[in-house]
Every structure is written in structure tokens, then in C-alpha cells.
Design a protein around this ligand. Structure first.
Ligand code: SF4
Ligand code: SF4
Length: 216
């Protein structure tokens, strides 16, 4: 049987020669081959950290950690200037959510209440499964009216899975608490601060750190 290479094989070989770069194995001496320098280096690093580095153990929960300004914690549903839920039930957040943890049922705004005269819809129910959520922030990025935001609250606990499914009232209460305490992260809407941000700025001593806003 002939062992001559076909033209296709020759082309393949040429292409491989061009694209694949083979590196040489590093040359190591006798001492390196015993791994002694690497072991000594590892022990030196461990000793340096044990005796010369500043300890960073936090005495939680007595000592509260300082969260980074862009930390994404528990959600809140914001209220507008009239105290109504700011959400207009457009389903953008629910659509954008990669974890499918938002569920909204929209309803027509109450026609007999003059407070709702300028609104077509509102969320009759709005739930977020805080255990399923991956805290990516896509919902707040998608919201056209800055109604949903992630706050700096990180110590979220519950005794049951059901307790961790936040309904509209609970999400609104997070807004009430965070805006009262000045803990809510400052968000902007294309450069202009929204009502929620104004509330937090009134209670905060310092201006928002750069990069904390939603769009700027
Ligand atoms: S933070 Fe991400 S995962 Fe959580 S509700 Fe919003 S979009 Fe969904
Ligand atoms: S929170 Fe925002 S994005 Fe989600 S339904 Fe309400 S208005 Fe739309």
C-alpha cells in the first residue's frame, strides 16, 4: 500500500505549521527539580502574612462592613412624589430578568381616584423571589421610570422560602426604610436625579460618589 500523502494532508500540515507555535519545555536544574525553592517561597509568604500583614477579620455582626458604593443588595420599589408606587407595570424588568424571579400582574389605574388620574396602569401585584435573584441589576437598568432599584442592604434573612418572596408592600417598605435612613443608593436618570435620589441626598451629608449613578 502506498504511504504517499494526499494534497489535502499536505495543505493541512502547512496550515498547522503556520498557526501552531510549540513552546520549549522550561529547563530546570537539580535544586528546582526537588521543589525546594518553591516550598521555601511558600513558607516565607505564609510567615509574612502571619506576622507582618494587617489582620482583616471583621467582628460581624457587631462591626458592620462598609459596602462598596455600587453594591447591589435587596430591591425596593420606589414611590413617586405623591406616594404612589412609581412602577407603571410595563413588564420591562420582568422581561430583562435573567433569573425569572420577577412576577407582575398589571391592572388599570383606579379611575374613581383622582390621585391616579394621570396613570393608565399600575402593578396590582409585584413579587421578587430574593432567593432566586442573582443581583445582577438588569431590572433597574431596564426600568424606564426608575421604579425598581437595588439597595445597599446585604443582611437578608428569612425563616422560610416564602418569606424571601418579597411582595409589593414589602418592596415599598424597603423604599420607605432606606430613604428614611439615607441608605439608599443614589440613582440618576440620564444625568438628572430622580425623586428617590433627591430624598436620599437630603438626608446624606456628602454628595454621591462618582460612578454611583445609573447612567453616569
Ligand atoms: S437583580 Fe437581576 S436577577 Fe435579580 S430581579 Fe433584577 S434582573 Fe432579576
Ligand atoms: S419596575 Fe419599572 S420596568 Fe418593572 S414593570 Fe415597573 S415600571 Fe416597568
Amino acid at each position: 500500500m502506498s504511504t504517499a500523502e494526499t494534497p489535502v494532508t499536505q495543505v493541512e500540515k502547512k496550515q498547522k505549521k503556520k498557526t501552531v507555535q510549540w513552546g520549549d519545555d522550561p529547563k530546570i536544574g537539580f535544586v528546582e527539580a526537588l521543589y525546594l525553592p518553591a516550598i521555601a517561597g511558600g513558607i516565607a509568604t505564609a510567615l509574612k502574612h502571619a506576622f507582618f500583614k494587617k489582620r482583616s477579620t471583621a467582628q460581624y455582626p457587631e462591626q458592620k462592613p462598609e459596602m462598596p458604593p455600587n453594591y447591589r443588595g435587596v430591591h425596593r420599589l420606589n414611590r413617586d412624589e405623591e406616594g404612589r408606587v412609581k412602577c407603571v407595570a410595563c413588564y420591562m424588568c420582568q422581561t430583562a430578568c435573567p433569573a425569572n424571579c420577577i412576577e407582575i400582574i398589571a391592572a388599570p389605574a383606579p379611575q374613581d381616584d383622582p390621585k391616579w388620574a394621570n396613570r393608565d396602569k399600575f402593578p396590582a401585584t409585584f413579587t421578587i423571589d430574593e432567593l432566586r435573584c442573582i443581583y445582577c441589576g438588569m431590572c433597574e437598568e431596564a426600568c424606564p421610570v426608575d421604579a425598581i432599584e437595588l439597595t445597599s442592604i446585604y443582611d437578608l434573612t428569612g425563616m422560610s422560602r416564602q418569606e424571601m418572596i418579597f411582595d409589593k408592600e414589602k418592596l415599598l417598605s424597603v423604599f420607605d426604610e432606606t430613604s428614611k435612613a439615607g441608605l439608599d443608593p443614589v440613582r440618576t436618570n440620564r444625568g438628572a436625579l430622580g425623586p428617590a435620589s433627591e430624598k436620599s441626598l437630603q438626608s446624606a451629608d456628602s454628595p454621591p460618589p462618582p460612578g454611583r449613578g445609573k447612567h453616569g
